[in-house]
Design a protein around this ligand. Structure first.
Ligand code: GLC
Length: 405
């Protein structure tokens, strides 16, 4: 709570710098939520950590349908050898796949850009730094909306960027749209990265992107957390994200397993010596005893003993992730609610770790019950497609949404 307050006061909504607070607390410039009555067709670009999605969204009074183009983001556009033009031309060309054949006139597009950027308006911002393994040159310090618009123009794609939002803001908006409830006050992503946004009752319900992945006041970090950090492109940053999110859990489990096997004096299979050989999907499949996955690499390359150690470690890594996420969420719920006003706080959640991580929702609820025994009831709503639909909803809400009460 203190770190959130410091982040807001010092950063003035533009993103606190690390010596002031490890939480950036960035204004989204939005204090309206969708009513659920929005209709119309909107395009959305969703650049997350792993996939790029282009969506043509038809909103229809609390329901929606989408036509989607999805591509994995190749290393060639996210590595430090890549340029901003290469990344944004890749996005523009994917947009062209979906909209050139359909519409000739320029159409509005909302851009979900899931990285830390300060926002000067609803459709302009400035990238503060990359996270989740991205290192593309020429983007930090630049406006992602302007970079996208230039690429769309270069590639003659008839789209105009009308809104820019973080995936957590989009997830909050999506939950409000589908539930039509004024108690939707928090949006959370638990995926390749992790973060939350909330509407602040003391700031006329302005929605704030916390960038909680940067939180660095964690009481205990292990030697494996330090090793994961040292091997990452953003050393010394995103400590909470590196303990919680999908990009890091497999690697944490691998490093701890190697250490345990060495301590036991047991041979370490070569697959366990390869950095990032196990992703979060692999350790979830191991925990689920998924026979098909166990028969294939990387899991099939383990010895019986190393598999048993990895299984035990994976359980601890997955559960600790949920415990840390629950602690962060518990603090955000307190910040988002006024005790006299609400007995309930509805949290929209999306992300691959939440949907596919082994028993992740149950783990999160277990830790929330321990950490937040009194006060308001926390309801976890799966906001399907929150990050993609969110950008379309931001554009629609700005055009005709209701002010939060
Ligand atoms: C990273 C990004 C943040 C995003 C989160 C989830 O933490 O910095 O902006 O919301 O990943 O995708």
């Amino acid at each position: 709570m203190d770190e959130m307050n410091k982040g807001w006061v010092c950063g003035k909504g533009k993103g606190a710098i690390p010596i002031e607070s490890s939480l950036k607390m960035i204004t989204s410039h939005i204090n309206i939520l969708p009513t659920g009555n929005e209709t119309g067709v909107y395009f959305a670009v969703d650049l997350g950590g792993t996939n790029l999605r282009i969506l043509r969204v038809t909103l229809n009074g609390g329901k929606w349908s989408t036509v989607e183009h999805r591509e994995a983001i190749p290393m060639g556009v996210s590595s430090k050898e890549a340029s901003a033009e290469e990344l944004f031309d890749f996005i523009a060309r994917a947009c062209g796949e979906l909209c050139r054949s359909v519409d000739a006139d320029p159409m509005p597009v909302g851009f979900t850009f899931s990285f830390p950027y300060s926002q000067t308006s609803i459709k302009a911002g400035c990238l503060i730094e990359w996270t989740k393994g991205f290192e593309t040159q020429g983007c930090v310090g630049k406006d992602p909306a302007a970079l996208l618009q230039a690429a769309l123009d270069r590639n003659e794609v008839p789209l105009v960027v009308e809104a820019l939002c973080n995936d957590t803001v989009g997830t909050l908006m999506t939950n409000a749209y589908t539930k039509r409830s004024k108690y939707c006050r928090v949006g959370v992503i638990l995926g390749t990265g992790t973060n939350a946004a909330y509407s602040d009752p003391s700031l006329d319900n302005l929605i704030i992107n916390i960038e909680w992945g940067g939180f660095n006041k964690l009481p205990r970090r292990s030697q494996f957390d330090e090793a994961v950090d040292a091997g990452s492109p953003n050393v010394g940053k995103q400590f909470l994200e590196k303990m919680v999110s999908g990009f890091y859990l497999g690697e944490l489990a691998r490093l701890a397993t190697v250490k345990q096997l060495e301590t036991l004096g047991t041979a370490v299979p070569s697959i366990l010596t390869e950095s990032h050989a196990f992703d979060t999907a692999a350790i979830s499949q191991l925990l689920e005893n998924d026979r098909a996955a166990l028969a294939q690499p990387p899991l099939s390359l383990l010895t019986e003993e190393s598999r048993s150690v990895l299984l035990q470690v994976a359980e601890l890594v997955m559960d600790r992730s949920a415990a840390v996420a629950a602690a962060a969420l518990s603090a955000v719920v307190d910040k988002a609610t006024i005790p006299s006003d609400s007995a309930i706080c509805e949290v929209g959640i999306d992300g691959s770790l939440y949907t596919k991580g082994h028993e992740y929702k149950a783990r999160l609820l277990k830790h929330l019950r321990l950490l937040h025994p009194a006060g308001c009831e926390i309801v976890l709503d799966f906001s399907e497609d929150g990050s993609g639909l969110g950008a379309a909803l931001v554009a629609a809400a700005v055009a005709g949404g209701e002010k939060l009460q």
